[in-house]
Design a binder for this molecule. Structure first.
Ligand SMILES: Cc1cc2nc3c(=O)[nH]c(=O)nc-3n(C[C@H](O)[C@H](O)[C@H](O)COP(=O)(O)OP(=O)(O)OC[C@H]3O[C@@H](n4cnc5c(N)ncnc54)[C@H](O)[C@@H]3O)c2cc1C
Length: 247
């Protein structure tokens, strides 16, 4: 277990926040993966799965978190501040990997809520940027205040010092669309059904990260269109990861 230090915290809303930590040089991961993250409370670690927001080349680690009032971890984690200790497991894993997809034309990254997290890492990874001529990031939230990283996504990271060198590569490739269901925007599933999200199922590839019902519905839509689910062993047309598990 790595013991890292919080370097910054940003609260997007009363439901979501993000935080950065130091990174041990021995901590390695692939863009799109998740890891167990947590804090020590009453002498015991409380750990939960978290997708890594930062790209693999970054000196720091970043995470996007929900705030659950009675959640064992996040009822406490939401109060972390600079200098606090964060526990990060050594083993990372995940299915949202470029290598799990058959090469194609456009890449569609469909997220609900904190499901955006792994895509923030992927879209700053050179392997992904070199593999796709067009990457669509579709982020659906209930309230506009939960549109985390909207500024970075809209400007293709032009204002981030750390990512400035990638801006000219990301800008022509990245297409970002925010969906605010509370403001009346049609859900991703409805936009797929109506054709508003113009995915070419023969040529395009899809990554999903959302709540379990969303993943189920979109995976069923993909399969109905003849797309196959991929894995690192057997790459396919779409891959999915849960943004969280309902209990
Ligand atoms: C593969 C994977 C990756 C994950 N990545 C992230 C991530 O990047 N960011 C993140 O905030 N969470 C992520 N989660 C969820 C995370 O592991 C915890 O469930 C979350 O931090 C809440 O922990 P808790 O102990 O406070 O509450 P828990 O007891 O873990 O959860 C209580 C309830 O809160 C709801 N809930 C939990 N997480 C979320 C969420 N993210 N959005 C909406 N509702 C939720 C569910 O209904 C759950 O039953 C991920 C889960 C999985 C399986």
């Amino acid at each position: 277990m790595f013991r890292e230090t919080v370097t910054s915290v940003h609260h997007w809303s009363d439901r979501t926040f993000s935080f950065c930590t130091s990174r041990d040089p021995a901590f390695r991961f692939n863009a799109g993966e998740f890891v167990l993250v947590g804090i020590r409370h009453a002498g015991k670690p409380i750990l939960r799965a978290y997708s890594i927001v930062s790209p693999p080349w970054s000196d720091e680690l970043e995470f996007l978190s929900i705030k659950i009032a009675d959640g064992e971890l996040t009822s406490r984690l939401q109060y972390i501040k600079e200098g606090d200790e964060i526990l990060i497991a050594t083993k990372t894993t995940g299915t949202l990997r470029n290598a799990a997809l058959i090469p194609g034309a456009n890449l569609w990254l469909l997220a609900t809520g904190t499901g955006l997290a792994p895509f923030m890492s992927l879209i700053r990874d050179l392997e992904i940027l070199e593999a796709w001529s067009c990457i669509h990031v579709i982020h659906s939230v209930r309230d506009s205040t939960d549109l985390a990283y909207q500024d970075q996504l809209t400007t293709a990271f032009s204002t981030c010092t750390e990512t400035k060198h990638l801006h000219s590569i990301i800008r022509p490739i990245l297409h970002y669309q925010a969906i605010v269901t509370g403001a009346g925007d049609a859900r991703i599933t409805a936009q797929l059904a109506s054709g508003a999200l113009a995915i070419d199922c023969a040529k395009d590839r899809v990554m999903l990260c959302g709540n379990m019902a969303f993943n189920r519905e979109v995976a069923a839509w993909c399969e109905q269109k003849g797309m196959t689910e991929g894995s690192l062993r057997k790459p396919g047309d779409f891959v999915l990861e849960k943004a969280f598990v309902d209990t």
